[in-house]
Design a protein around this ligand. Structure first.
Ligand SMILES: Cc1cc2nc3c(=O)[nH]c(=O)nc-3n(C[C@H](O)[C@H](O)[C@H](O)COP(=O)(O)OP(=O)(O)OC[C@H]3O[C@@H](n4cnc5c(N)ncnc54)[C@H](O)[C@@H]3O)c2cc1C
Length: 251
């Protein structure tokens, strides 16, 4: 299918691996930490295993992959747990906002928790992929429909790539069902057009939000850091806003 495709590279690599937690725990929280080179995230698999996605520069990725598995785990534990100096102004602003939110009865302070320690990795489970953005301006042609990463590619920082693809498949299934029910054919462009319109309406909003997050977490410019800290804190405190965002992300 010939189609306009917008794309760019993030000049980052995503290291993936299956992590063994140092001890069995109720492993039901996804963790993500934004580091100067990119985010490091752990997604729960079982009570003892999590999946790693560590975005970093190509040079750093090469170095991390050249380490022994034991050295890699040490560096990962440091990346997940080390303290970074934070600005006093930002601390004061977030404390102030927290006081205001408490007075409005919507506290943003959750019990402080930290990610579980990593004890090891599944042997030979490390791999590394280039990260990029991509979007096809057209998802369909007569008898053809693009779904999933063939139509769109996002930064893994939101963990939404697969969800976007699942949403495409659900929508395409419904549209094809409508076509058959109406006595039309599966390659009817009028029905396929509904698929393209519905999914682009959803995907472009989600992809723009992910791109926005990537950009605001990819800078250490004081005012942006302040705004993102306050924004995150407010989102955390406002349950309806959080629910709305989760509902959009999962459709
Ligand atoms: C490092 C990294 C971490 C990620 N983490 C997450 C995450 O935590 N959560 C999340 O939701 N998403 C994540 N994603 C995104 C997610 O992996 C993709 O969105 C998802 O795999 C897309 O599925 P897909 O089936 O559309 O495409 P793919 O998974 O790319 O599958 C396409 C398949 O088609 C095969 N293929 C290609 N060309 C041909 C051909 N000509 N003939 C035959 N076969 C062919 C390929 O080999 C491949 O097996 C991550 C991506 C990366 C790179």
């Amino acid at each position: 299918m010939q189609s306009d495709y917008i794309s760019w590279s993030y000049h980052q690599m995503g290291i993936v691996s299956t992590l063994k937690l140092s001890e069995k725990t109720t492993n039901n929280i996804a963790w993500q930490r934004f580091l100067p080179n990119g985010p490091v995230a752990m997604l729960p698999l079982t009570d003892e295993l999590s999946s790693l996605i560590w975005s970093t520069t190509p040079a750093e990725a090469k170095r991390l992959l050249s380490l022994s598995e034991e050295e890699f785990v040490n560096e990962l534990n440091i990346a997940l747990h080390c303290k970074h100096p934070s600005s006093i102004i930002i601390q004061q602003a977030t404390n102030l906002l927290d006081t205001a939110l408490r007075m409005l009865n919507c506290s943003s302070v959750e019990q402080k928790q930290s990610p579980p320690k990593i004890g090891g990795i599944e042997p030979n489970s490390r791999a590394c992929f280039p990260l990029g953005f991509g979007h096809s301006s057209q998802y369909i042609r007569k008898g053809v429909a693009l779904v999933g990463d063939a139509a769109h590619r996002v930064h893994p920082l939101a963990g939404l790539g697969v969800n976007l693809g699942f949403g495409d498949v659900t929508c395409l299934n419904e549209v094809l069902g409508d076509a058959v029910y109406a006595g039309s054919t599966l390659n009817d462009i009028n029905y396929l057009k509904n698929y393209e319109t519905n999914r682009q309406r959803h995907n472009i909003v989600t992809m723009s939000a992910i791109e926005g997050l990537h950009r605001i977490y990819n800078t250490d410019l004081g005012p942006v850091v302040l705004l993102r800290s306050l924004g995150l804190q407010t989102t955390q405190a406002l349950e309806p806003l959080k629910r709305m965002m989760m509902s959009h992300a999962s459709s």
